[in-house]
Structures are given as C-alpha cells and as structure tokens.
Ligand binder design. Structure first.
Ligand code: BJ8
Length: 428
C-alpha cells in the first residue's frame, strides 16, 4: 500500500459482496471519527504508525480489494475468530487468513432475536456484522473456521453456520496427551477441509514457507513489544494494541516489514531516551478477554487518565505472538505435529486448569516493570470472569496491585470506569 493512493469509490465492490451499503456507510462514518479522537489526538507517535493510520483509512477499501484480487487469482479467504486457528495451514493452501470484525456494537437488537441477551459483546458483534450485512471481510470469506472454545461461541457458530459456510474445529478443554491427540486429529480435519475448498494438496515446501512467514510476523511483533519494557515507554499502549489487531487481517509480509520498521524506530527512541509518556506515568499491564478491532476502550481510558499500557496478556497481545512454530522442516506430518503443539500451548481461559496463564501474567508484569495490572473481562465472558479471581489472588501474593473490571462495547460506563482507573493509578 502507498500513502499516495487516491480516494477510490468502492461502492460497486461492496454491492457485489452483498453489503447493505447505506448501513455500511453509517458504520464507516462512526469508525472514522472514533479513530481520529482515540488515535490521531496522541502526541509524539512513532512515524511508522502512519502505515496503520493509512490501513485504518482503507479498512473496508483497499484491503478488501486486495482480497478480491487474491480470490480472482485462484486463492481463498478464510475468516477466523480465534488464535487457535493455524494461519500457517491456511497460507500453505493458498488462503489468506482474516481475523473477522468483532469489536463494535452493531445490530444488537437483531442479534438478540437469535442469541440470548446475556451473550458477550464479542459474539454479539460478529453476529451483528453478519446479520446487518456490514462486514466486507466476512462477506469475502469462502469459509469461516470456528472453534469449540467457550459455550457462547460454540452455540453461536451453529447460528452462523446457517448463514455462512462454516467449519468448526473441536478444541479440547484440557491439555493431556489424549486431548493433544484430539487436537492433532482436528488439525488433519482442517487440512482436509481446506484442501477440498481450494482444490490443492498440502505440500511440504509450501508449509515450510508459511511457517517461516507467520513466524516472521510474530518475531516482528515480539520486537515491537520488547521495546515497551524500556523504562521510558517509546510507544503508547493504544498504538501497540493496534499493530496486533491489524496483524490479524493484513498482508503478512507487508505487515512484518512495517512492524519491524516501527521496532527499529522504537529501539532508536530507547537509545535517545524518547518517550510518549511522562517519566512518572504509571505502567499498566492489561490481561483478560480479547480486544477485537475497533475495541480500544480500556487502553484509551487508562492512557487518558495519565497511565501508559506497557503490555497485554491477551489474544490481541502476547498470546498471539509470544511462541513460534519450530522451523526444523521435516515431513508434512512432523510440521503438523509442531503446529499442533504450538497452538495447544496458548493459554486461553477456556482450558482447565490454566495455571500457565497466571504464571505468564506475573512474569510479564515483572518483565515489563508494570506498577499494576488491570484484569479486563467482557460482561458475560464466563471463562475470563472466573479466572479473574485466580489472577487477582496470584497477583496480590506477588505484591502486584490489580484492578478487575467488567465492561462491554458501549460507552455508557466510560465515566464510571475512568473514575475507577484514575483512583487505581493514584493509589499505585
Ligand atoms: S484463544 S480467548 S480468541 S477463544 S470474550 S467469545 S471467551 S465469552 S474470544 Fe477467545 Fe480463542 Fe480463547 Fe483467545 Fe467467549 Fe469470552 Fe466472548 Fe471470547
């Protein structure tokens, strides 16, 4: 992408995808100003964030056009909602993996006709985008790959399956050898489904290349995030969060290049002692339910209150990039084994027990020099609400202050949350 691209009218493309164009325009009109006030109002941002500003300005335009071109060249587009769905396999079979929109309220009254009211905002959001016909990503997707993680998602995929071509992977809820065997079989089922859809056969060289490409993306995100451990925060939490959110749907080699460029800049900032926050700004680690784009609510509240978010133990954070698939090559079976193990290593609250997540949070709070931790759970997100108690206990034992919040995507509680966050920062 270049920042000199002229404004293009994408109406025909959106109509071709079956979008409700007037409703879709209303959505874009809401996202633009929200992005401006949350992101463009920040001072002293790394120059490399200009790429992400451009991506956001073309979120339903140029990237969608790229996906249509990819399909016209014989490729597939695969929508996902979970970090457990292996991007390497999708890419090796000629697919582009797209993390689907699930971070804004849309058409909730319609959603509540088909799902219970007390469903988390993330699930309601993706159903709202589908029912309201306002998401060009899902309408571009040849297949949506779901997973049996929490009960809400599991049941929502039954409803989604009536509206869209959907394949559901059965994710075990424990990590014993027999669970690993089940997940390995599910990886084989996914390969078979994608081979059928694409008309291709999985090849070892394509899988090797895809593993390296996706690892490169994760390595770039690791570099960017490692820079946030510096005493003088070189980038805001909001910008770092955005880089991970965009990584779910952007072109992989380009995103890698752009994130590495930002990491270069941050490393130079650290050398020069340049920071986006005052030296006494309280450093916060955020953990909990994922924050799908454009959910920037908690980061914005923390940073507007004078804190700086230095790390995220989230699926839109460390759980997405902190481990790699070994690049030892080998046979297809061996590589699929390695993929099975890498993904089963993700510490989602849908698993029991899930002590490794608690260990990660305590370790990260120390590594990033966090003054405090915010445990964030979406309302009705049982897995993270339950684990909030375990996390709080472990952090208190480690002497790390913690604030637990439950919220949704509306701004109705923003004032009340700001007051609680301000009081927490003051107490640190
Ligand atoms: S690996 S966290 S991306 S399942 S917020 S829908 S858990 S009720 S999204 Fe997740 Fe994969 Fe786990 Fe990560 Fe349910 Fe909670 Fe809603 Fe959630």
């Amino acid at each position: 992408m270049s920042d000199t691209v002229e404004t293009v009218d994408y109406t025909e493309m959106w109509e071709g995808l079956g979008l409700n164009v007037p409703a879709h325009c209303a959505l874009l009109k809401a996202i633009g100003p929200a992005y401006e006030s949350v992101y463009l109002s920040q001072e002293n941002r790394p120059e490399g964030m200009g790429y992400f500003d451009f991506v956001m300005s073309e979120i339903h335009g140029l990237r969608i056009q790229e996906l249509q071109d990819h399909k016209a060249d014989g490729g597939t587009v695969i929508g996902t909602f979970c970090v457990y769905v292996p991007e390497e396999i999708i890419r090796a079979l000629g697919g582009q993996s797209i993390g689907l929109c699930a971070g804004a309220e849309w058409a909730f009254p319609e959603v509540e006709q088909v799902l219970p009211r007390n469903t988390c905002a993330l699930i309601k959001s993706f159903m709202g985008f589908k029912l309201g016909k306002v998401c060009p990503y899902i309408e571009s997707a040849d297949l949506v790959v779901g997973e049996t993680t929490c009960d809400g998602k599991k049941k929502a995929y039954e409803v989604l399956g009536e509206l869209h071509n959907t394949h559901v992977m059965e994710l075990p809820q424990m990590k014993r050898p027999e669970d690993r065997a089940l997940w390995r079989a599910e990886i084989d089922r996914l390969v078979a489904e994608l081979e059928r859809l694409s008309g291709r056969t999985l090849q070892a060289d394509a899988l090797t290349a895809a593993i390296t490409e996706v690892n490169d993306k994760r390595r770039a995100l690791q570099r960017l995030n490692a820079a946030r451990a510096a005493a003088a925060a070189p980038i805001s939490g909001k910008d770092a969060l955005l880089a991970v959110q965009v990584a779910f749907y952007d072109d992989v080699p380009r995103l890698t290049q752009m994130v590495n460029a930002i990491a270069d800049e941050l490393e130079a900032r650290i050398e020069a002692g340049v920071s986006v926050a005052p030296a006494d700004a309280k450093r916060i680690l955020i953990t909990g339910s994922p924050m799908a784009i454009p959910n920037w609510k908690v980061h914005h509240i923390v940073e507007s209150a004078g804190g700086v978010v230095v790390a995220e133990e989230l699926c839109t954070g460390s759980r997405y990039y902190d481990t790699l698939v070994p690049e030892d090559g080998g046979t297809i079976e061996e590589m699929l084994d390695a993929i099975t193990d890498k993904y089963l290593g993700v510490n989602c609250a849908c698993f029991t027990p899930n002590e490794a997540r608690v260990d990660d949070i305590v370790r990260m709070a120390e590594e990033y020099g966090a003054d405090g931790v915010i445990h964030y759970a979406l309302q009705f997100c049982g897995p993270y609400q339950f684990e909030g108690f375990t996390v709080e206990k472990a952090l208190r034992e480690a002497g790390i202050p913690v604030l637990k919040i439950e919220t949704d995507y509306s701004m109705e509680d923003a004032g009340q949350l700001s007051t609680r966050v301000e009081a927490f920062l003051e107490m640190l």
